[in-house]
Design a protein around this ligand. Structure first.
Ligand code: GLY
Ligand code: MN
Ligand code: MN
Length: 440
């Protein structure tokens, strides 16, 4: 797969700039974050910054200035520094920002304060996300105050600071072919990891050992590694939705829930969950719940096509789950009544879908006012229903007590879906999920 070309990022900037009208956009890169002492966490670029530049270093700020014809793209970057580069690695520096990333002007980041007010001259407003970049925010406010004073003199009172996110997030929701290829690749590698992990799993191993096999595959396949904290949750641990301790021993007869996906070097992600019996076959209760979740997931996925109201994907999954749980005696009441009151939430407490892309829980609205967003070609989302019957489950008043035979069953099945012009594409179809395939 070819790297994204610079004209590709330039086209994105053009589309963004058009929507900015007379506003200056100020988009900072991610700063390094302390892990402990003088040790930093691995660097992970801000998705918005990367989306517009492809520039993968900390300590940078992007300015997009629609009102400066011919010099609208400005990067402030960490300058070249032979000693710092010995310790922390290569930097592009200002010359690299100009030549390799196509900036019209590039300056050392230390000059942001002194130069910002000049760059904001003629701005009718600023697109900057307040409250998120506290190191830079005072500089932005000061420079903007000076420009605002100038505007007030000319009688312009409409100026202000807005968030760039609504425009950028709307753009990021629509994945183009290059992005979809990357998401297919991330999905493919992640699906392979799930297949390898299931074949490797034996009673007596630890959850960490399964995590190691998965993450080894991610790294050996040339990705950055996991897109999020890999969840390897056996038995009752599967009922902890964000379980990442991964330290328990695998017991024969328990289920193993693995929620794992990789992140490519240019950040596109996958997010897959599979659940299977450890060292053998499903018990009859495990199999019943597995098939119920799988049925809900299949029906929800089948409904995905352009024009479909996104919330409907969740509603379909809920209805299948609630009908099944009533039949099994695990819920009591009418289907509509239970759904209206949310009286199933002790067994299924999360949403069925989220957008997926440069962020695992990707940006983009789910609602526009009171209307749920409608699906469009190029949107990518997960479908991940589950049922979680923890040993520690507190059954709400009015609902049936749960028999012991159901306890300790936590099942989620998660795939990544792209909306196409005619329907949908399951990006993760190479991760098996048929119950027979899960028993090895
Ligand atoms: N792995 C996080 C999620 O499924 O949303
Ligand atoms: Mn997910
Ligand atoms: Mn997941």
């Amino acid at each position: 797969m070819l790297p994204f070309s610079f004209s590709f990022f330039a086209q994105r900037r053009e589309r963004f700039i058009k929507q900015l009208k007379g506003l200056a956009a100020i988009i900072p890169a991610t700063s390094l974050v302390t892990h402990h002492s003088d040790v930093k966490y691995s660097f992970r670029q801000s998705s918005n910054f990367w989306y517009l530049t492809g520039f993968d270093e900390p300590g940078a700020v992007l300015l997009l200035l629609p009102y400066r014809e011919g010099s609208r793209f400005v990067l402030f970057v960490e300058p070249k520094d032979p000693i710092a580069e010995v310790w922390h690695g290569f930097r592009w520096g200002c010359q690299g920002a100009l030549e390799h990333f196509g900036a019209d002007f590039a300056h050392p980041i230390a000059e942001l304060q002194q130069r910002l007010k000049d760059y904001l001259k003629n701005a009718e407003g600023v697109a900057f996300q307040l409250g998120c970049h506290l190191d830079i925010e005072p500089l932005v406010l000061k420079a903007w105050k000076e420009q605002q004073d100038r505007l007030l003199v000319t009688g312009n009172t409409k100026s202000g600071i807005i968030s760039p996110c609504p425009i950028l997030h709307e753009m990021r929701m629509h994945k183009d072919n290059g992005e979809l290829d990357r998401m297919r690749k991330a999905a493919w590698i992640s699906a392979e990891a799930h297949e390898i992990a299931r074949a490797f799993t034996q009673p007596g191993m630890t959850e960490h050992q399964i995590q190691a096999v998965i993450e080894q595959h991610f790294l050996m396949s040339g990705t950055q590694g996991p897109a999020y904290g890999t969840i390897v949750a056996s038995g009752d641990n599967a009922c902890v939705l964000h379980y990442t301790k991964n330290s328990a021993l695998l017991r024969k007869g328990d289920l193993l829930l693995i929620d794992a996906g990789c992140s490519l070097n240019d950040y596109y992600n996958s997010d897959i969950t599979r659940t299977f019996p450890i060292g053998g076959h499903f018990s009859s209760e495990q199999r019943i719940i597995y098939e119920l979740v799988l049925g809900a997931q299949r029906q929800a996925i089948a409904s995905i096509k352009p024009g479909k109201v996104a919330a409907e994907v969740h509603n379909i999954a809920i209805r299948v789950l609630v009908e099944g749980l009533i039949e099994l005696g695990l819920l009591m009441g009418s289907v509509d009544g239970l759904i209206d009151q949310g009286a199933y939430r002790h067994l299924y407490m999360h949403r069925t879908s989220h957008w997926l892309g440069l962020d695992v829980h990707d940006v983009g609205s789910y609602q526009l006012g009171i209307q749920s967003v409608k699906l469009e070609p190029g949107y990518t989302l997960t479908v991940e229903p589950g049922i979680y019957i923890s040993d520690r489950l507190q059954v709400p008043k009015g609902q049936p007590a749960i028999e012991e035979r159901w306890k300790g069953i936590g099942i989620r099945i998660e795939d990544d879906i792209a909306v196409t012009f005619s329907g949908h594409e399951v990006l993760t179809s190479t991760a098996l999920k048929d119950p027979l395939a899960m028993e090895c």
